[in-house]
Ligand binder design. Structure first.
Ligand SMILES: [Fe+2]
Length: 197
């Protein structure tokens, strides 16, 4: 990534540290999410611009926690998604991010707790990085990590990180394939669709 872009991300890093001033837990959270997102993005050979947007989104992804707590006294995923984009937009504008970068980053901030329709790579990687950190911070048990990681993770680098960090096996196994076939068969049956072999 060119020097200017790297510097911009550093400025954003500082801004987010100030945003969560006095709250080291939140600061250390976004630092870890950013670091894993960076590593996964590089491992997946992202283009420079895509990587820049991903890292920007990782730094600001939880920005909605603070306005959420101030307004509603809570900071669950939905509130974060609701409150985050406007706060992120303000910050990114101050740092003169380009309009299309702001658009994409704020969209990611507004969707990072929605897991049912992840289509793009930056979105997928942001979600994986956040999960990698949350599993640990929330003290999630190993078998639950394995299950949710199998469901959510798609990138080779993210899967490798999850397997290495938590000592679980995520790689698509024969059982996984069979489970999927079974799920598909049940779905077909429930829909009353008949497929000739
Ligand atoms: Fe997060």
């Amino acid at each position: 990534m060119d020097k200017k872009k790297r510097e911009k991300l550093e400025q954003l890093y500082w801004k987010m540290t100030e945003w969560f001033a006095g709250d080291p837990k939140r600061i250390q959270h976004f630092v870890k999410v950013h670091s894993f997102a960076e590593l996964i993005g590089k491992g997946e050979q992202m283009e420079e611009q895509e990587q820049f947007v991903l890292e920007g989104a990782a730094l600001v992804h939880d920005i909605g926690i603070r306005p959420g707590e101030e307004k509603y006294g809570r900071c669950d995923g939905k509130i974060q998604e609701q409150e985050g984009p406007a706060a992120a937009e303000k910050l990114l504008k101050e740092l003169e991010f380009a309009p299309e970068e702001i658009e994409r980053i704020t969209w990611l901030v507004g969707h990072h707790h929605t897991y049912d329709n992840i289509a793009e790579r930056d979105y997928q990687i942001l979600v994986e990085a956040d999960f990698l950190v949350n599993y640990y911070e929330d003290g999630i048990e190993k078998d639950k990590i394995q299950k949710s990681c199998r469901k959510i993770f798609r990138t080779e680098t993210g899967i490798r990180l999850c397997e290495t960090m938590y000592g679980v096996t995520i790689k698509i196994s024969e059982t996984w394939a069979q489970d999927n076939i079974r799920e598909m068969e049940e779905f077909i049956e429930s829909q009353g669709i008949y497929i000739r072999q």
